[in-house]
Each structure stands twice: as C-alpha cells, then as structure tokens.
Write a protein that binds this ligand. Structure first.
Ligand SMILES: Nc1ncnc2c1ncn2[C@@H]1O[C@H](COP(=O)(O)OP(=O)(O)OP(=O)(O)O)[C@@H](O)[C@H]1O
Ligand SMILES: [Mg+2]
Length: 242
C-alpha cells in the first residue's frame, strides 16, 4: 500500500506539488495523468525516496519513507521515464545489478531469474547486447525487467509505454496487469495514454498545476467536468477518429 499525505514539493520558490493526499491500496493499479511539467515524475521520485518532499509524508507498506528510505526502497521497483540503464553494462549486467547486491543468489538461480525476467518482457536471447544496441522500446523493457527481477511488492512506472508501438504498448500493459494478478503487486503508473489507462488501471489520479484535482475510476474520469480533463478526453477521442 502507498499512502501519500499532504505532500508538498518546491524547487526554489517554485511549488511543483501542492498538498497531495491519496492512497494506493494493496494490489491496486492507480494511473497518474496530467499535463507535461505537472509534477508526475516529481511525485514518483518523492514516493521512491529519491528526493525529499518539502513537507508531508509518504508511507509504503507502513514504512515512513523519510524515516527509513533504505527499507522503503527495498519494497519498490521503479521503471524510469528514460529507462536509466548503465551504458557500459550489457542487458544481463544491467538486470542483475541490483540482484547481486540485494538477493545473494548462487549463479544457477541468478541465471534462472535473468531468463525469467527477460521472458516476462519478451526479450529472451538479448543478454549480451549493450544499451546502445537496443531500440528505445527494448531499453524500456530492460528497465522493466531490472525492476521486476527483485520481485518488489510495489512498482512505480514512469511512462513505461510512451513512444512505443501499439503492440509493445499492449504487451507492457498486459505485463503490468499480470504482475498484479499473479503476485499482487501494488502499482502507480504515470501515463499519457488514456487507452492504456482505461485498460489497466482501477483508478486515475489527475495532477493539474501541482494539485490533485481528480481521483476516481476511469469511467468517472471520462465524465469529469474539470476543463483540463475534458480537454484531454476530447483530444484523445478526436485523435482516434483521424
Ligand atoms: N530537480 C529539479 N530542480 C528544479 N526543478 C525541477 C526539478 N525536477 C523537476 N523540476 C520542475 O518541476 C516541474 C515538474 O516536473 P516533472 O518532471 O515532475 O513533470 P512531469 O509531470 O513528469 O512532466 P512530463 O509529463 O513532461 O514528464 C517542472 O517545471 C520541472 O522543471
Ligand atoms: Mg515526467
């Protein structure tokens, strides 16, 4: 479970997140939507304990992130907006980077985990490639394999499908749903893709100018009378007709 309470974050005198409170229940998938620059990545980084909120608190499975960031981080896997792979490590080394540090497996179990993680993201046989030899979509999927290799109870996804083709997008959506169904993973998913969000998420949170202006089901989201949400919904519908 993720509990965000009265979270505020400023960079200098710019307030990026304003008094955000919401929870993601155990096994729930909540999508975070909002315009570019609205504070979505900043929210994820605060939850992951990568940056300190200016005020307010975040708890993950009852651990206060600010009080014990190490323990909190062990609960969470994060898929970064830019994949964030190590350029000089191949796919295998990137995936096993955290595994070696946290799980202390023998080499046979490590190989099995590597194979399983790659298979989950549809990248079997690509162990030896370097990030520079991968497509953008492959890099994102390696970032995802690296996060799920540690079997986290909570996954934070920052735009895992942006810029990917519809089939890969569908596969990643399926994987997010599957992790919840098979392992009960709690997920927070930043996305611009209303179709994906309707397919995978239980609830949608909408950030507008740093404020949480909507929290509800995808169906309620489509019906919302907030102007920024209406604009997103109508533009998406118009794009689908063309
Ligand atoms: N480390 C930082 N220092 C200063 N300002 C920052 C920092 N990180 C983010 N910001 C500012 O915070 C605001 C929100 O950025 P953020 O990356 O959270 O937006 P976003 O909603 O994820 O946007 P996008 O959809 O484009 O990814 C932006 O104005 C950005 O310039
Ligand atoms: Mg972002």
């Amino acid at each position: 479970m993720i509990e965000v309470s009265e979270l505020t974050k400023s960079f200098g005198d710019k307030q990026v997140l304003k008094n955000i409170s919401f929870s993601v229940n155990q096994g729930e998938i909540v999508a975070v939507m909002g315009s570019s620059g609205g504070g979505k990545t900043t929210l994820l980084r605060c939850i992951a304990g990568l940056i300190q909120p200016t005020s307010g608190s975040v708890r993950v499975d009852s651990i206060e992130v600010r009080a014990d960031p190490e323990a909190a981080r062990r609960k969470m896997g994060m898929v970064f907006q830019s994949a964030a792979l190590f350029d000089y490590l191949n796919v295998e080394q990137n995936i096993l980077f955290g595994v070696g540090r946290h799980l202390k497996l023998n080499s046979k179990d490590e190989r099995a985990l590597l194979k399983d993680s790659l298979a989950r993201v549809g990248l079997e046989g690509n162990e030896n490639l370097l990030p520079s030899e991968l497509s953008g979509g492959m890099r994102k999927r390696v970032g995802m394999a690296r996060a799920i290799a540690l079997s986290p109870a909570i996954m934070l996804y920052d735009e895992p499908t942006t810029g990917l083709d519809p089939i890969t997008t569908y596969q990643i959506d399926e994987l997010i749903s599957q992790l919840r169904k098979e392992l009960g993973v709690t997920s927070l998913l930043v996305s611009h893709d209303l179709m994906s969000v309707r397919r995978v998420s239980d609830r949608v949170a909408f950030l507008h100018k740093g404020e949480l202006v909507f929290l509800g089901t995808p169906d309620q989201f489509l019906e919302s009378d907030h102007p920024a949400i209406q604009e997103l919904v109508t533009k998406t519908q118009a794009a689908q007709l063309h």
